[in-house]
Write a protein that binds this ligand. Structure first.
Ligand SMILES: [Zn+2]
Length: 201
């Protein structure tokens, strides 16, 4: 439930962080729990993930936290829609687009006879942080393998993850927790003579 199988983590770290971001709000014992309680929690999370630098001491306020939560919900809606093969809500699309527009923009910078790629910062640190996570998800949808986005098949987990396994048949966020629980449940039901048909991955 907490960590995906490490052997499958060979893909883009930015996409990893983006999907993990969605899981900062998770189901625990049937209740949605938000791990980003305070504005400071949110900022620390982004710093730990390497999405923003911790050097700038700018504090985040309650409004920033609300924005983080809204964009997180919107990205989750977009990802769920991809997984469920439907269109996301217009409100979620609008929020994600605004987050993208608010972030860093790459730009060419002439340095003498050389050219380097730098970036222009967005309106503020929160905007940069959210765009840095929205970007990889949208890029994956546009040019990657969006069919590899998953929601854990354990209904009490519903963890978002990206299936980077060679076969692309991962159904559980973590085989050691959710996968084993499902296997144990199937075993118990079989022992009782009940046939369980696996839900669609
Ligand atoms: Zn799970």
């Amino acid at each position: 439930m907490k960590s995906a199988d490490e052997s499958t983590h060979a893909h883009d770290l930015a996409l990893d962080a983006a999907v993990e971001f969605l899981n900062t709000k998770e189901l625990e014992f049937g209740h949605l729990v938000d791990h980003l309680h305070e504005p400071g929690d949110a900022r620390s999370w982004f710093v730990e993930q390497g999405v923003i630098h911790g050097t700038d001491r700018a504090g985040w306020n309650q409004r920033d936290l609300e924005r983080v939560r809204k964009v997180r919900d919107a990205l989750r809606e977009v990802l769920d829609a991809v997984v469920e093969d439907r269109a996301p809500s217009a409100a979620a699309v609008d929020l994600v687009n605004r987050a993208l527009a608010d972030g860093r923009v790459p730009r060419l910078e002439l340095q003498g006879s050389d050219v380097a790629v730098g970036h222009r910062h967005g309106t503020n640190e929160v905007g940069d942080a959210l765009a840095a996570l929205a970007g990889p998800i949208v890029t994956e949808i546009a040019t990657g393998r969006p069919d590899r986005f998953r929601t854990c098949a354990n209904d009490t987990c519903r963890w978002s993850f990206y299936d980077a396994s060679p076969t692309g048949r991962r159904r559980w966020c973590d085989m050691r927790t959710c996968g084993n629980r499902a296997k144990a449940a199937r075993h118990r039901e079989r022992a009782k003579g009940i046939e369980i048909i696996d839900p669609v991955p």
